[in-house]
Design a protein around this ligand. Structure first.
Ligand code: PMV
Length: 371
């Protein structure tokens, strides 16, 4: 698929109004995306677990309007929210060539998260993917009425579902890169990789191999170390990979790590899984610490947790490991079979390092849902 395939060729302007609702989850990268080219094209491929509990629910009510401007209002958890508007304005500008009906309608966007707002958990992946899916449902309504279906979706429901998901992911990417990995699950690859069939820089694709039973219902407990706003946005961080002294080697390493991880996800080797996942997390933060200007997003308690995880593993032989996003919070990944023991460990030892003792229990999930 190319960008051209995602351009909606025509739509039915007689549809006066309607309402669509989607819920879409967050995701946690195992091989990290850090560094991008123009138009939200990643410098390297990444792969993530889709989550199931941390999600955004978005309802979009649309009604026909006069005039040629973008017109939308945003409500977050029931209250009008001005702060989200610039991001959505930019999103609309970027995606307009592909969804040309945006200026014909007024959109009321009502959104809420299942996780606490100021938890330091980025809601851009779940939020942008939920909005992209709502726009796709509107596109579908405007196309179906007129019997217009985009070129690529012509034959068969399965094929058009596939097109729907791919275009939703394509649009979500233009809102926030990692959002393109939230449409499906349990594992999604984004970024072209020579060994992963159909992988693309333009959208995420489901990792379509037989995933080993060890990864079934894999757990992700998010330890909330710091609930504050990030001091450095990921947009800024991505940009600092341009001219970074280690960037070329890092992008190459991500390709290799994804090759290895693809094998591990099939053979279930949890020791190798831990090696790659923890190394990826620390490499992400190493890139931040060695960019110019340099910065550190980890906090003292992030390091306390990492050390406790290593001690726990050495003592018990557990397969618990950690990963990090662009922030201080720690994601603990572990097999379902260890859930009870690890939760015990979290409650007795790690909760002390969490802000106000807060953590969120999540499990790998299967992607967004139309409500
Ligand atoms: O999608 P963005 O631009 O917020 O970037 C996210 C980058 C990381 O979360 C740090 C890594 C990833 O692959 O999700």
């Amino acid at each position: 698929m190319t960008e051209q395939d995602f351009i909606l060729k025509g739509f039915d302007t007689s549809v006066e109004n309607g309402k669509v609702t989607w819920e879409s989850p967050s995701n946690i990268a195992l091989v990290k995306y850090w560094g991008k080219k123009k138009n939200q094209i990643p410098e390297n491929p990444s792969i993530s677990f889709t989550l199931s509990e941390c999600k955004t629910i978005t309802e979009v009510t649309f009604s026909k309007k006069e005039g040629n401007d973008f017109s939308f209002e945003v409500f977050f958890e029931g209250e009008a929210n001005e702060a989200f508007k610039p991001k959505i304005q930019t999103f609309f500008e970027r995606i307009e060539p592909y969804v040309p009906f945006l200026r014909q309608y007024h959109f009321k966007i009502e959104t809420k998260n299942t996780f606490p707002h100021s938890s330091g958990i980025a809601s851009s992946a779940s939020g942008m993917s939920a909005l992209a899916l709502c726009l796709m449902s509107i596109e579908e309504q405007l196309s179906v009425t007129q019997g217009l279906v985009a070129e690529a979706a012509r034959s068969g429901t399965e094929k058009s579902n596939h097109y729907f998901n791919q275009k939703a992911s394509f649009l979500a990417r233009l809102g926030s890169g990692s959002a393109c990995r939230s449409i499906e699950g349990p594992l999604v690859v984004w970024g072209s990789h020579e060994e992963i069939e159909h992988s693309s820089d333009l959208y995420g694709v489901k990792f379509n191999e037989n995933i080993h039973v060890n990864f079934e219902n894999y757990k992700d407990t998010i330890l909330l170390v710091d609930k504050g706003e990030k001091q450095v946005s990921s947009t800024l961080g991505h940009n600092l990979m341009h001219g970074h002294p280690f960037s070329e080697r890092r992008f190459e390493q991500a390709h290799n790590n994804l090759s290895e991880l693809a094998t591990i996800l099939k053979n279930g080797d949890l020791d190798q899984f831990i090696n790659i996942v923890e190394s990826e997390a620390l490499t992400l933060h190493a890139m931040m610490m060695t960019s110019s200007p340099y910065f550190i997003l980890m906090k003292p308690n992030t390091l306390e947790i990492i050390n406790s995880v290593w001690n726990y593993r050495a003592k018990t032989g557990s397969k618990l490991c950690f990963t990090l996003d662009a922030g201080a919070n720690v994601h603990l990944l572990y097999p379902d079979a260890e859930a009870e023991k690890v939760l015990d460990f979290i409650k007795t030892e790690l909760v002390a390092y969490c802000q106000n003792g807060h953590y969120i229990c999540d499990t790998v999930g299967y992607g967004a849902k139309h409500l």
